[in-house]
Design a protein. Structure first.
Length: 651
């Protein structure tokens, strides 16, 4: 049964100046099975009022009325009742005029003398068609509503897997927008060859086999060398004949989710490493304590044996060798206790610059003539509470390791500074308490270490040296001492570049709370100046851009020196260049700074680097024109460096 045949309360608007003809129409509808509610109007004004006052299922209109005709009625219907069909019911009308009215929008033309069964059939047909149009309109509106609130994109492809439709919340995104996507395949958009890439080959096989898919993930490279992580799902579409028409589905930008997941994974890895080190520390500490007791017995008995048998050369020789070996064992256990943070400490309130200065002569003798030692000590560092002897031992240990990494000579730099480890840093380093620290950095230009070695560098007995060259406990001792002192140790290393160890020791605030409070300063923000940020690590670049913008500066960015020069040559105003030193490409940060000084001398420059000895690589002229900021730095360090550079007069 059609919708029209099931309709009981049919609302009919009869546009006719003859009451008799209107009654005839109503009787014809009742005879055809309808129960109409009819209203008669006979002018454009009364028809307009009727259309505005209530909805109508169908409009039956005479062809010609005094001062009013069917063409005008069709215009009113289009304006006020788009979905209601209008049928012309006329006494006489020619075929040509009837065809013209049909083209103008009339659903049908029926002569009054044939108004009987034909009218009911025509009304039923047009009501069914109107219902279909309403459903289509509702479906279209439903689809549009879903598009507006759905995921990032809704898409369709043709049988050749080329995008034929794209809409959604993010249809104007830089890379996923109709002007770019339509006509392309997904693998063309991603810039891969499905025949050479296993993941894409399997995906294309699913598409070619018309198999639905969910959560297909891939990455897109944006024009600024960023990465967009996509997740796509779709199903095949077939027409009524069963022929394949293409795919239809949704796509979501998962870049933020991926970044969050990666941060969580890094935090989890850090936590796992901290827990592993804690577990190893508890185990080795317990073993060392018990082993010390055993060694005490061994060493004591050997000493007694040596004293009791002074005239027996063999006893003296064997016992002395055994005693010396036991003493070396005791040294090992002391190292294990240091790693386990169970060694006895005698903390004092000390100046880290003074501690470093006191051991310089020892370090120079230890390192030899082929190692150049440089100092970069920041003045006025707040005191820390540590065991000075253990701090000197830790620095000596780091310097010795640096010497071994520079077998052909090199430079060792020891620098100090005040650093704030903020909440963001603490979030990915579970052992860190956010706060202010005195930093001591020991950096070398040696062979460096790969990431897999760095991950284990503080584990007891782990060593990259041969068994005859070390026990693998030196860095474990440093790690334990720093942790036991309430601090944090960080290592940054690159193969064939060098290694930097950073020791963060908390300030001793016992007697200097007032002094520290006086020392705090408000860092001036930007005043609309434009900063050009140049950094080849996309994640770091995004972070710095956000930080600089939050400080009140306008920001331009580039992924390398070539992009920076393009930006400068474009004529855009740049007040300061903030660039990493070590970058991929033929031009590094030093060369970029020299180019800017030569071509745009009014632009201020701040260099940043993960190595503290960057200043030793600068000639005197360049050193006088730039400021240096060592990674990692807090937001206040960045703000201070930018403000100082902008407020400093150029030469």
């Amino acid at each position: 049964m059609s919708l029209a045949s099931a309709r009981h309360g049919l609302r009919v608007l009869v546009v006719d100046d003859s009451p008799d003809d209107a009654a005839l129409i109503v009787r014809a509808l009742r005879g055809g099975g309808f129960e109409p509610t009819a209203r008669q109007v006979d002018s454009a004004l009364s028809m307009t009022a009727a259309l505005q006052q209530e909805p109508w299922d169908i409009i039956l209109c005479d062809y010609n009325l005094p001062g009013f005709d069917a063409a005008t009625a069709l215009d009113l219907k289009r304006e006020f009742a788009k979905l209601a069909p209008l049928l012309i019911v006329s006494g006489t009308i020619g075929e040509e005029k009837a065809a013209e009215l049909m083209r103008h929008g009339a659903a049908d033309v029926i002569l009054k003398q044939n108004v009987g069964p034909r009218l009911a059939l025509a009304v039923r047909r047009e009501l069914d068609a109107a219902d279909a149009r309403r459903r289509a309109a509702e479906n279209e509106q439903r689809f549009r509503d879903i598009v507006e609130v759905a995921g990032d994109w809704i898409w369709e492809t043709d049988p050749d897997h080329r995008f034929s439709f794209l809409d959604g919340q993010r249809k104007d995104a830089p890379i996923i927008r109709p002007a770019v996507v339509l006509g392309m395949t997904r693998w063309e958009l991603a810039g891969v060859d499905p025949e050479k890439d296993a993941l894409w080959s399997r995906h294309k096989a699913d598409l070619d086999a018309h198999r639905p898919f969910r959560n297909f993930r891939f990455a897109l490279i944006t024009p600024d060398d960023g990465v967009v992580h996509m997740s796509v799902g779709g199903k095949p579409v077939f027409d009524e004949a069963g022929d394949f028409c293409g795919f239809r589905g949704t796509a979501t930008d998962e870049t933020a989710f991926v970044a969050t997941r990666q941060r969580a994974e890094r935090a989890e890895a850090q936590l796992h490493q901290a827990q592993k080190m804690e577990a190893i520390g508890q185990l080795t500490g317990g073993l060392a304590h018990d082993f010390n007791n055993l060694l005490q017995v061994i060493i004591g008995n050997l000493a007694m044996l040596i004293e009791d048998r002074p005239d027996d050369p063999e006893v003296q020789e064997f016992a002395s060798e055994a005693r010396d070996a036991a003493r070396r064992g005791a040294e090992l256990t002391r190292s294990l206790l240091a790693f386990a943070r169970r060694q006895p400490l005698l903390p004092e309130r000390v100046d880290v610059n003074q501690v470093v200065g006191d051991i310089m002569s020892l370090l120079r003798r230890t390192l030899g003539e082929r190692i150049e030692v440089a100092l970069a000590l920041a003045p006025g560092i707040s005191p820390v509470a540590v065991d000075p002897a253990q701090l000197q031992a830790a620095l000596t240990n780091l310097a010795t390791n640096a010497r071994d990494a520079m077998s052909k000579g090199g430079r060792l730099t020891i620098s100090t500074a005040e650093r704030r480890l903020d909440e963001d840093y603490a979030a990915v380093h579970p052992d860190v308490t956010a706060g202010d620290y005195a930093m001591i950095e020991v950096s070398d230009t040696g062979s460096g270490m790969p990431p897999e070695v760095v991950a284990r560098i503080f584990e007891p007995f782990f060593s990259t040296k041969s068994r005859t060259e070390g026990t693998g406990l030196g860095l474990s001792m440093v790690f334990g001492f720093v942790k036991q002192s309430g601090g944090h140790i960080n290592v940054y290393s690159e193969p064939d570049v060098g290694t930097s160890f950073r020791l963060y020791l908390p300030f001793d605030r016992s007697d200097v709370e007032h002094d520290i409070a006086i020392k705090e300063e408000t860092v001036a923000a930007g005043d609309g100046e434009t900063i050009l940020v140049v950094e080849d690590d996309a994640a770091i670049r995004r972070l710095v851009v956000r930080q600089v913008a939050a400080l009140g500066y306008r920001v331009e960015e580039a992924a390398n020196a070539a992009g920076a020069i393009d930006c400068l040559e474009s004529g855009r105003r740049i007040d300061l260049l903030f660039t990493d030193v070590v970058m991929a490409g033929q031009i590094d940060g030093f060369d970029l700074a020299l180019t800017v000084i030569e071509r745009w001398p009014s632009i201020r420059i701040v260099l940043t680097s993960g190595f503290p000895d960057t200043n030793t690589k600068l000639d005197s002229d360049l050193l006088s024109r730039v400021q240096l900021l060592t990674k990692p730095y807090a937001r206040d360090d960045l703000a201070r460096a930018l403000r100082n550079a902008l407020d400093t007069e150029t030469i």
